[in-house]
Design a protein around this ligand. Sequence first.
Ligand SMILES: C[S@@+](CC[C@H](N)C(=O)[O-])C[C@H]1O[C@@H](n2cnc3c(N)ncnc32)[C@H](O)[C@@H]1O
Length: 240
Amino acid sequence: MPDDHSPLDIFEGWSLYDCVVNNNYMLHEELIEAVAPHAARYGEPLRVLDLGCGDGYMAAGVLKGANVESYRGVDLSESGLKRAAERLAPIAARVEVHEGSIRAAVRESIEPPPNFLLASFSLHHYRVTELGPLIADCQRLIAAGGLFVWIDARRGHGESREEYLRRFHEVLLPTWSELSEDQMQEVRQHMNDEDFPASDDEKLALAKSAGFDEPDVLYADDYFSAHLFRKTGTNSLPTA
Ligand SMILES: C[S@@+](CC[C@H](N)C(=O)[O-])C[C@H]1O[C@@H](n2cnc3c(N)ncnc32)[C@H](O)[C@@H]1O
């Protein structure tokens, strides 16, 4: 991304993304179904950090059956954060939202540390070459035994960014039939300017070198995937 401080145009108003989500074009429903059981059966109350939370739709779906002690959403979009705070209020005992970059958020230390880190369709806004330090900061930030759920676009094995974008624009985007031609053009423009999806091989290598355990692949198709990474250790806070 050109800089890490300005909201991306497409996520200042939410009508286009609402249309994508309401029509399940990015498979939010399947992804929620794949991830939610892991949030629900975590062995202690969740302290959630949601990186690039947007309007909170994914987080609300993933967390609706879980015991959520606290939820902190981070995003560059003020309008998204407002919607996320409203959406998560019935789900989490404590809700905070912060306007700022993902990169800055994972450099902070949070006490007590989050034990459930969610990054859903947000990390592809960084170039793959920028993700090494960022994923290492994620690993450092979360509690021992904590979970890192990385949901994102997925470039194919050996596929270039240009090939991925062409495939997306020529094969998948034309099926998003509820979008107007202007909206489709906005999606194409946004992706050409801002999207740098990693392949699953790259995600696994980044997480492994950051020190995460081998992941569970919770979902994968030709365009999207969800991985669950664990940080080794017991998932209990020390008693005082
Ligand atoms: C495709 S939306 C995903 C929203 C939500 N997490 C979901 O899964 O539906 C991407 C979100 O990431 C946010 N975003 C992109 N780059 C960011 C950055 N560097 N720091 C913080 N948020 C960022 C955008 O503002 C937007 O809300």
